[in-house]
Design a protein around this ligand. Structure first.
Ligand code: TXA
Ligand code: MG
Length: 352
């Protein structure tokens, strides 16, 4: 048996035994547990150091298996699943009766996702082999970082963060997408984007319009689009918003205080922190700065490298991290969302 097949089988058995398994997805690495096994939850929350009221996304190998966890599947969800699964999209649907409160944070919705990473799909298929079984076996997986820290995009990041707390870490290389999935709440009459990601509000809008014209409003002309989009206005704990831990103001944060700086102000900021700043920018290194990383001007490529760059600059242990702000345009919204949270401590754009 090839080595990867052995480790997939071993990982699947470990999940069945109530153990945790870290595995790659195309977005970020997840920390997986059997979503139907109550005794797997205590270790998951302990390792994540995450408040237990926070809901977790459940992963499956196919839409058909995922939908066994929903009480009803609105047409919007079917359309989005058909268009974007397997892929970096999470759908919130009304939960089925068997779904544990621990999965949903005791809310009436459950977050479902079919990832596209081949290792994730192999693991999900191995874990949910018996297709006659109803409901399906799903893997609950938050990102495999400690709560509030930067999500891991390589197996080494997972080991750096979680150390010996998790013995089974499946290797899958660097994640292609690099930031967490787009979350769409399909429990409302008009679906709402709760967390932006590689799949944009405009693409979701387009998919819904193409197949069910009655759902969407007139054409999307901006990031806000025809769909209601709560990404910049969602506050964890506000009375009408489901709890989404990625919606906390300070999330995905490096330890070094980070500032989001407009391009025109970068030079002044560098001068101010001369010798004490780590910089993440589009432009070439400045000789006054010892720790300087560049990321591409394309949003997808930028997202792919973002978390690894933040980790690397964090390790420099400078006084501050200066991050050159990308343009505030629709295609940069997912990256900007993560940067604003990472830079919560001292960002000029901080309003929360
Ligand atoms: O790309 C991703 O989504 C990665 C990979 C591993 O799949 N997972 C991920 O999980 O980012 P996590 O736990 O770090 O973030 C999931 C977000 C959280 O903010 C959680 O509150 C929200 O999804 N969520 C999950 N189920 C929910 C529900 N039923 N209602 C509201 N929010 C939910
Ligand atoms: Mg997370």
């Amino acid at each position: 048996m090839p080595e990867s097949a052995t480790s997939i089988a071993a990982a699947s058995r470990a999940l069945g035994d109530g153990e945790l398994v870290a595995f790659p997805t195309e977005t970020v690495y997840g920390l997986g547990a059997d979503a139907s096994n109550t005794s797997a939850w205590a270790p998951l929350y302990a390792v994540k150091a995450r408040p237990s009221a926070h809901p977790v996304i459940v992963h499956f190998a196919s839409a058909a298996r995922a939908f066994t966890w929903a009480r009803v599947v609105p047409e919007s969800a079917r359309v989005l699943a058909q268009t974007f699964w397997p892929g970096p999209l999470t759908l919130l649907l009304p939960r089925a009766a068997h779904v544990l409160d621990a999965v949903t944070g005791a809310q009436d919705s459950v977050g479902l996702r079919v990832p596209s990473h081949p290792v994730a799909l192999q693991l999900l298929r191995a874990f949910d082999q018996d297709l006659a079984r109803m409901p399906a076996l799903g893997i609950a997986a938050p990102s495999a970082n400690r709560f509030g820290r930067i999500s891991p995009t390589t197996a080494q990041h997972v080991r750096d963060d979680l150390g010996t707390d998790v013995s089974c870490v499946l290797e899958g290389g660097a994640c292609d997408v690099g930031i967490e999935s787009t979350i769409v709440d399909c429990t409302r009459a008009v679906p709402v984007v709760l967390r932006p990601g590689l799949i944009t509000a405009a693409q979701i809008d387009q998919a819904l319009k193409k197949i069910t014209p009655s759902i969407a409003q007139p054409a999307t002309s901006s990031a806000r689009g025809a769909l209601a989009q709560q990404t910049s206005t969602t506050h964890a704990g506000s009375h009408h918003t489901p709890r989404v831990s990625g919606a906390l103001a300070s999330h995905y944060a490096p330890r070094t205080p980070a500032h989001l700086i407009e391009t025109h102000a970068l030079d002044t900021a560098i001068a101010r922190y001369a010798g004490h700043a780590a910089v993440l920018a589009f432009s070439h290194p400045d000789e006054r700065v010892d720790f300087w990383l560049r990321l591409p001007r394309q949003p997808e490529a930028y997202a792919q490298g973002l978390y690894a760059a933040l980790r690397e600059l964090d390790q420099a242990q400078c006084q501050v991290m200066l991050v050159e702000a990308p343009p505030d345009t629709p295609e940069w919204q997912a990256v900007l969302d993560r940067l604003r949270r990472a830079c919560h401590v001292a960002s000029a754009s901080d309003t929360q």
